[in-house]
Each structure stands twice: as C-alpha cells, then as structure tokens.
Design a binder for this molecule. Sequence first.
Ligand code: FAD
Ligand code: UDP
Length: 383
Amino acid sequence: MEKIIIVGAGFSGATIARLFAESGKEVIVIDKRENVGGNAYDCWNKNNILVQPYGPHIFHTNFKQVFDFLSKFTEWEKYEHRVLAAVRKDKLVPVPFNLTSLFMLYPKDKAERIEKILVDEIGLDKKVPILQLKKHENAEVRKFGDFVYKHIFYIYTMKQWGFKPEQLGSEVMNRVPVYVSKEDRYFTDEFQFMPKNGFTELIKNMLCHPRIKLKLGEDANREISLTEDKIYFGGKELEGKLIYTGCVDELFDYKFGVLPYRSLKFKFETYKQPSYQNAAVVNYTTSHKYTRISEFSKFTCPPQENTVIVKEYAKPFKRGKNIPYYPIPIEKNHLHYQKYREEASKYKNLYLLGRLANYKYINMDVAVKNAMELFDEINQAEE
Ligand code: FAD
Ligand code: UDP
C-alpha cells in the first residue's frame, strides 16, 4: 500500500498525518526532536507549571472547522490573552494600543481631543494598522500614529526582526493593529482557548492512531535523497508521498543558499512568589534587549508558590547553531524562497507544508487549516 512519509510532528505534520490515517493510509511521521508538537511543544516543569520551551503559544482562531477538528483531541480551557507594553519605566499600557492606552499616556483633555478625532476619522470599534495610521490624510491622526509608532512599534520591531516596520511585509504589522475602542484583548477571534492538558498532549492524541508510526529523534534528511525528479527514501524509490514541513533549503542541501530566518534565545527564570508581573505577557517596546517577558502560570494554571517567566531575545539565525523560528517576510527573501519552490515542483510526490517549508509567518490555526486544505487537494487530484 502507498506510504505517506511526513517530516515534522508539529501542528502541520500532525494534522495531515491524522487525516491520511483516518482515510485508510499508512503514515510514517518523523521528527528530529525527541518530542512532538514542533514549536508549540509544552511540558510540566518540576514546580508543576506548564511551560513552553520554544516560546509562548496562545491558541485563537476564527476558523470553526479548525476548532472543531482540534476539539476531537483535547478539552479546552477558556483563555483570553491580554498584553501590556512597558513604554516607560513606570508605565504599562495595553497593547494592541487602544483608547485606554491613549488616556494613560496623554493628559485627559488632549486624550479626549485625540479620541474624538480618531472616532470621527476612523470610526468607533475600528482597528487600523499602524502604517496606515501614519499615512492618514488627517494631520492629527498622523501625529498620533507617529507617537504610537515610536512608543510601541519601532524599537520592538527593530529588536525582533532587525528591520523597520515599513521594511517588512504588511502581514507583520497588521497582526497588532491600533484599536479605536477599549477592547484590551490581544486577539479578537471567535475561538480563544488553551488546550486543557497542553499542546503536546493535543498533538500526541492526534498522532495516536493505529495507522500512524511515529519516529522521534531522527533527521529525515538522512533517509531522503533526491535525483532529478525522483525521491528516494531509505535507499528505495518512494512510491508514496513525501510531505515536508521542515526548512526547504535544508531538503535541497542549500543549493540556492541558506534562507534567512530569525532565531530566538530564551532565558527562563523561576521566582519563589506567586506572581511576577501584571499580565501574562509584557512587551518591552522602548527599552531592554529582550522583546517580551511571558509568565506561564498566567496562561491557565492557577497561581502557585513559584512562578516561571521567560525573557525572549531575537537573534540572527545561524545554520547549525540555533533554531530557525521565523521566516523573515521581506520581498528579497520571498524571491529567494521561490527558487526552492520551483525546484520542489519538479517532484510530483513532494508537498511542502507549514511555517518553515512554505516560508510563511503563520499561526497554529492557519497551519492546521493549510494542512486540511492540502489533504483535500491531494484527494481531489486523485479522484
Ligand atoms: P513547526 O512547529 O516548526 O514544526 C516543524 C517540525 O519539523 C519541528 O518539530 C522540526 O523538528 C521538524 N523537522 C524539521 N526538519 C526536520 C527534519 N529534517 N527531520 C525531521 N524533523 C524535522 N501561533 C499561534 O497560533 N499562537 C501563538 O501565540 C504563537 N506564538 C508563537 C511564538 C513563537 C516564539 C513562535 C516561534 C511561533 C509562534 N506561533 C504561534 C506559530 C506556531 O509556532 C506555528 O504556526 C506552528 O507551530 C507551525 O507548525 P508547523 O508544524 O508548521 O511547524
Ligand atoms: N509588534 C510591536 N510591538 C508590540 C507588539 C508587536 O512592534 O508591542 C510588532 C513586532 O514587529 C512583532 C509583530 O508586531 O513581531 C507581530 O506581533 P506578535 O505579537 O503577533 O508577534 P509573535 O507573537 O508572532 O512573535
């Protein structure tokens, strides 16, 4: 029977593995890490706090089909994420920047005037990306936009990406628009939950199927070799399909050079106190080398004797030295990626999927959605 080889046991790989297994196919999932979950991997530390070694992950989606699919593998706990930005030493304001943030940073009469202008020019309850605010036809709106840009976006973005906001694809700044409202949740999606026993448990449940064979701690590229248009796996020509969710440049042995990514360094600290900060995440938008501090026990665990925080430092990616976390969405890199994409299209049974292989800055829900869509596309093509 045709075998489906899936490289990567993150959300993308696990979703498509499950769908193929349920459709009757034999599936092998390989991950070079010792655990499933990809970057969403979480685990309980010695103080019984659920921590996320690859950075803070919050689930949110507007895609009902994604929520329904994942709900087969986990129970959920309601969680609405709120973030504060440390704009000055003593000033923590809500981000996305909203009307509450405005009143916290401006004198009352000035804040009231700006509020009125924003409501008249943009509309109450509207969201507007920072770069649009800065280009608005009204000069006062533009001035306000410059203020928010300076205090919330510029320094954080330079730390995170090494690029200015306007140098990056609009999808980056559009993730965190300015709210003309008192909405203080980081996300406004319809479904906002955390999996009750964590993301790893959810993904383990997805992969728990008699037709899925899981191989952890194995680099799939040791088994894969490519000739001009054929894939070999374990020395034999692959008659089934290869679904690849790792870095595509690695798959092709960097024949067009190393694709640029942003990496991260995490510094974990434990404190003998129930709480460290006033929000689950505090973004450092004007100071410090780290971008943000996340406090895991604020995600879903009730407060305990100890608390664990993580400070996040963004770094350039160095092949073999650190992990490629974020594709860097700038035009030059997309063109570079296209060369690999074209190369991949020469193999009729190779499918690129996920944040790394598609070189796209996507959330977990989109990773699941893309995997569901690829599964449908493959099936339709075979009908
Ligand atoms: P990954 O999770 O990267 O999984 C790819 C897997 O492939 C990895 O396990 C890797 O080990 C494996 N692999 C690669 N190459 C090979 C190989 N050669 N052989 C074997 N295995 C291989 N999304 C949200 O929705 N909400 C959030 O709050 C959120 N926060 C984030 C915070 C950070 C710091 C980061 C980096 C991402 C965040 N995301 C968030 C995005 C989320 O992590 C991704 O959307 C999702 O994990 C993508 O899943 P994936 O399976 O495509 O990729
Ligand atoms: N951003 C910023 N200041 C903030 C929050 C976000 O400048 O306080 C910018 C920054 O460039 C960041 C992007 O918006 O990379 C997306 O933010 P998000 O919180 O979605 O990033 P992620 O959690 O994916 O790292």
